[in-house]
Design a protein around this ligand. Structure first.
Ligand code: NAD
Ligand code: ZN
Length: 360
């Protein structure tokens, strides 16, 4: 499958299928990427033993010179310090203006390597090779960043890839919890935009959880295409792009108070999506909207209740630190029906507190 992401200035393809990493060299040639300049592959300590030799082999066989940087797996690698380490490898490896930076891994490696590609010599070609389900989300939109100790994703850029090579075979080795959490973001893309796709997710829950290649290929293509439609309408985050934040207002707060260890991102936004549906119901939408949302998420083994030990005041104050909180009003994405959402800015704190209590 090939999906084209069309943006104002340029477009790039997302290739989705099995066995793509073995053909990395051919894709590079097809895209006219030079063999005279070294290619830097950035990956992490979990992904390297599984897939690095495959990509390195494919590129070398086609005549590319490969430089490698392996960072520690985990969010901590999205730091300025690791960014500098990758830069050092790039300089020592002799990368020049026509070099390519490859991100082989999940969203962490994608964001880090993407920011290196955006900044190295004021910008070089970037190729994404996502290896997580969640990365279908981060591979579209061109947002790349590292974290500051005081705030997540604070230092970054918009830098679109030349192409995305999404080899679904790599997803087979994902831990089960990462699979579910990644699918949470896929379901979100159905809930905000495409009722038929949301329904399809409900009907193919087992196929997706079993990592059936056909189902994954379709689901990832649909998820990427929803995101692509939203971001191409709104490339620099003015209006429409806000709908991508369904479940994220409360989700981010849960991640923050869990010290980014208790919940995976997809788990936190699953609870956030259930909460948003309940707020909408309390404001007059049909209760079926909440029931259907929760049923869909629970089918994937995703959490939809607030853990009892979390204090609602703590959740609220974490939410207020989030950038979506504007002058004592919270910007919330609320479902209208399955497949359709609205962005509202008049949700009161009491409404959120009440939903948190109801969900315990
Ligand atoms: P991740 O990159 O940390 O990957 C999750 C875990 O799975 C890691 O331990 C990783 O080493 C391991 N892993 C990756 N691929 C594997 C494979 N095929 N087999 C076995 N293990 C594998 O996390 P993620 O969930 O992919 O991404 C989260 C990051 O993405 C966050 O930093 C988030 O901010 C970012 N993100 C960015 C955007 C964007 O638009 N740029 C959007 C969403 C999320
Ligand atoms: Zn998200």
């Amino acid at each position: 499958r090939t999906l084209n992401v069309d943006l104002d200035e340029r477009s790039y393809p997302i290739y989705i299928g099995g066995g793509l990493l073995d053909k990395a060299g051919e894709y590079f040639e097809q895209h006219g990427l030079t063999k005279k300049s070294p290619v830097l592959i950035v990956t992490d300590t979990n992904v390297a033993p599984l897939y690095l030799s495959k990509v390195e082999g494919a590129l070398s066989d086609s005549g590319y010179t490969v430089v490698i940087k392996i960072v520690k797996s985990g969010e901590k690698s999205k730091s300025l310090q690791v960014f500098e380490e990758v830069m050092t490898t790039a300089i020592e490896g002799g990368l020049d203006r026509r070099s390519v930076v490859v991100a082989l891994g999940g969203g962490v490696v994608g964001d880090l390597a993407g920011y290196v590609a955006a900044a190295y010599m004021r910008g070089v070609t970037f190729v994404q090779m996502p290896t997580t389900i969640l990365a279908h989300d981060s591979s579209v939109g061109g947002k790349v960043a590292v974290n500051h100790p005081l705030a997540k994703n604070m230092i970054g850029a918009f830098h679109q890839p030349e192409m995305v090579l999404y080899d679904v075979d790599t997803l087979q080795s994902l831990p089960d919890r990462e699979v579910r959490a990644g699918l949470s973001e896929m379901i979100k893309h159905g809930l905000i935009w495409d009722a038929a796709f949301a329904k399809w997710c409900g009907e193919h829950t087992q196929d997706l959880l079993n990592l059936d290649p056909e189902a994954l290929g379709y689901g990832l293509t649909m998820g990427c295409s929803v995101k692509a439609k939203v971001v191409s309408t709104d490339e620099t985050e003015q209006g429409l792009r806000a709908i991508l934040n369904l479940g994220h207002t409360i989700g981010h707060a849960l991640e923050a108070i869990g010290g980014y260890g208790e919940f995976l991102h997809g788990e936190a936004i699953s609870i956030g999506m259930a909460a948003a549906a309940l707020i909408a119901v309390n404001r007059g939408r049909d209760r079926e909207l909440y029931n259907e949302t929760v049923k869909l998420l629970q089918g994937f083994g995703l959490p939809t209740v607030m853990p009892n030990h979390l204090d609602e005041n703590e959740i609220i104050s974490a939410m207020m630190h989030d950038k979506k909180f504007k002058e004592s009003k919270i910007v919330f994405v609320l479902p209208v029906s399955i497949g359709k959402v609205e962005v509202v800015s008049d949700v009161k704190l009491e409404e959120v507190v009440s939903v948190i209590k109801e969900l315990k």
